[in-house]
Design a protein. Structure first.
Lengths: 287, 408
């Protein structure tokens, strides 16, 4: 009996499952560093989260048309394990992983889900960067030859593994990275800072501009350019990035609140559905 | 100068058969000539028919000819169909012919050849084309601008470009006949921009032509869509569009007196790895075209057309009609596994109509998709092709389009 299906009969080789797997592999440098510093603790935690994630995915996925997929389960398990502090109880990350996978699988048929991905890592990292004490404690000596030092969180095992993971993640997601949102964020944030300093007449110390911009760029790279949380259309991405840049400038510069970039990302994410509704697929040219 | 449009996609040359010369099919013992969509049969069961004789007429009155001589074994509805819902119960009348043992290889012309076609009037030409079953130009508008389509952007279909490579002189004759009928003042021959040698050859052949010029067009799918092709070239949207095979059949009907009895198709068989461009007699079946044996083909599907726009057939007995450009036997294991949409926007970037398929997919379930103009969808299938989540966006677009059309 021949198979019957709707066209098209070929598909692009890029697949969501493969994306999840590649992103999970991209977390490898951080996982290796954590395993190096806490071999027993981290490996046990990681094993538990992976079991919980895949188990939840397989168990909940039965009978569903779309599933979380083993790649996504692995990715979320690894990420949540890395986000935990070293002193966490073993069952908390396992429960969290199972809950996330459960939620994803439960409503996967009805609509898409925002995956727990690099944004969570970026948020946590950025928040901790803003506290110099925690920064020093987490990263230890910045002169460490490999940039790997014991800290409080599994993923904060040093700047080298983290940067390597971030770079690999972006490489894995390069096809879906929304550069317009990222670029418009940087442009609008920079313009807002320049305009504010000119209008207010206050001259900012370099530390007040460079640090927020560094944090903003980091957050924008991971959060605002995330494929899931940003609009579909080019105009929507530009609008969301610009709004996020202005909100960031208001919080971080005007309010001297580093964590303001979190709110800027939230602002961009909140208006994404509206921008998609209004701008994506605006009436095509007449045929 | 190559022209492009938004979105679309280009495939590598290895996905096509541009360099595969046309072959003829081996001996055929039976034909199943379709006169579907409420066509009529002019013969009865048991009747002897000569090669190139009219055996039926399609819904528009165009005669349908048998390519080979034989005896009519049955005139009946095509039985090899899946259960059809009543709303899809359209006529599938098929004339089955048992080919005679002494079928002539090349019968004499049915009509009087007119190599000096320029001496014929427009009515004589259109009557000839109608009588030969090629095309009905008597009852349709004849714009003054014409596009001759030499593109093949959809894998693995290659007949258009292959004809242009093999028989350019005959095609140019056919084009000139068309231009004479239309009284055309401007005609363009679209040539893929990745074929510079062919373009130079055609430019040289048309150097003295006043109204017909070749133009290089990016071989990007779906450039052949009527809504896009004329705009790509810079001609009005109501320009007439003719493919290469139509031009060749027009030339054969007028200058050689031959009716339409064959079809150029691209055969792509992933089971036996057979790939070829062949000239099929009208009425040959998918089974004959693919050369299928009695082995099981579980896990495979038959698609009539291209990889992106072809429609599935469920039976190897399906006859090949004049509207089929490709016959594909595809491994169905490549069907993607579905995942949730993660808003990547690839479908929006790929859509040549500028639509947002993922939005329409989402909203169609809430019956609110009409606002996003799904009626502008070209049906190219690129959204489903490019979607990393494996969503059936093109199918949902079709549903939304039909729903919008029904709602008026």
């Amino acid at each position: 009996m021949f198979v019957l299906s709707h066209h098209p009969h070929i598909h692009h080789q890029a697949k969501a499952e493969r994306l999840a797997l590649h992103t999970a592999l991209a977390l490898g440098p951080m996982a290796l560093a954590a395993a190096f510093l806490w071999p027993a603790r981290f490996m046990l935690l990681l094993a538990l989260t992976i079991l919980a994630g895949i188990g939840a995915g397989l168990g909940m996925g039965r009978g569903k048309i779309t599933r979380a997929g083993a790649g996504w389960c692995l990715y979320e398990a690894l990420l949540l394990a890395l986000l935990m502090p070293e002193s966490v109880s073993w069952f908390i990350p396992a429960l969290m992983t199972a809950a996330v996978v459960f939620a994803r699988t439960l409503i996967a048929d009805r609509d898409f889900l925002p995956p727990v991905n690099m944004p969570a890592l970026a948020v946590g990292t950025s928040a901790l960067f803003s506290a110099p004490g925690i920064f020093a404690l987490s990263f230890g000596s910045p002169t460490s030859i490999w940039g790997v030092t014991r800290g409080n969180f599994f993923f904060l095992s040093g700047w080298l593994p983290m940067l390597a993971s971030l770079a690999l993640t972006r490489a894995a997601q390069a096809r879906y990275f929304k550069w317009r949102a990222f670029g418009s964020f940087l442009l609008s944030a920079g313009l807002a800072i320049v305009v504010w300093t000119m209008l207010s007449g206050i001259s900012l110390a370099p530390g007040w501009t460079l640090m927020p911009l560094y944090l903003a760029g980091f957050a924008a790279f991971a959060l605002i350019a995330d494929p899931r949380a940003t609009p579909l259309s080019a105009r929507g991405q530009t609008a969301a990035g610009s709004l996020a840049g202005i909100v960031f400038a208001l919080f971080a510069i005007r309010g001297m609140f580093y964590q303001g970039m979190v709110f800027s990302a939230l602002a961009a994410n909140l208006i994404t559905p509206m921008l998609d509704y209004v701008l994506a697929g605006a009436p095509a040219r007449e045929r | 100068m190559a022209k492009i449009f938004h979105g679309g996609r280009t495939w590598p040359a290895g996905d096509f058969l541009f360099h595969s010369a046309f072959k003829r099919l081996g001996s055929i013992t039976e034909l199943a000539i379709p006169v579907w969509n409420n066509g009529t049969a002019l013969v009865k069961q048991g009747q002897e028919v000569a090669a190139h004789s009219a055996v039926g007429a399609d819904a528009h009155g165009l005669p349908v000819f048998t390519p080979l001589a034989g005896k009519v074994s049955a005139v009946k509805d095509f039985a090899e169909l899946a259960v059809r819902p009543r709303r899809f119960n359209i006529g599938r009348l098929t004339i089955q012919i048992a080919v005679g043992e002494k079928a002539a290889a090349e019968p004499a012309p049915v009509f009087k050849p007119h190599p000096r076609y320029w001496e014929l009037t427009k009515d004589e030409l259109t009557n000839r084309l109608h009588a030969a079953g090629v095309i009905d130009l008597k009852n349709r508008p004849l714009p003054k601008t014409i596009v001759f389509d030499g593109l093949d952007p959809e894998p693995p279909l290659s007949t258009n470009l292959r004809l242009l490579m093999e028989r350019p002189a005959e095609l140019l004759d056919g084009m000139r006949i068309v231009m004479q009928i239309h009284g055309a003042v401007r005609a363009r021959l679209a040539v893929p921009d990745d074929q510079p040698a062919l373009f130079r050859q055609l430019k040289s052949m048309l150097a003295s032509s006043v109204n017909l010029h070749p133009i290089a067009v990016e071989n990007r799918y779906p450039a052949r869509h009527p809504a896009l092709l004329a705009a790509c070239i810079g001609l009005p949207g109501n320009s007439a569009i003719y493919g290469m095979e139509t031009a060749l059949r027009i030339k054969q009907a007028v200058m050689e007196g031959r009716p339409l009895t064959a079809k150029f198709v691209t055969v792509w068989d992933e089971w036996s790895q057979r790939r070829a461009n062949i000239e099929l007699p009208i009425g040959a079946t998918v089974e004959q075209a693919l050369g299928l044996k009695s082995e099981s083909y579980d896990g495979y599907k038959i698609a009539l057309g291209g990889m992106l726009s072809g429609a599935c057939a469920h039976s190897v007995k399906t006859p090949v009609g004049r509207d089929i450009d490709g016959i594909l036997l595809i491994d169905a294991a490549r069907e993607p596994r579905k995942a949730p949409c993660f808003n990547c926007g690839q479908c929006l970037e790929a859509c040549p109509a500028g639509l947002a398929p993922s939005q329409i997919f989402r909203m169609e379930r809430d019956s609110d998709a009409a606002r996003l103009v799904p009626g502008a969808c070209l049906g190219c299938g690129l959204c489903s092709y490019i979607c990393p989540a494996g969503l059936d966006l093109s199918h949902q677009m079709r549903i939304a389009r039909n729903r919008t059309a029904e709602a008026g």
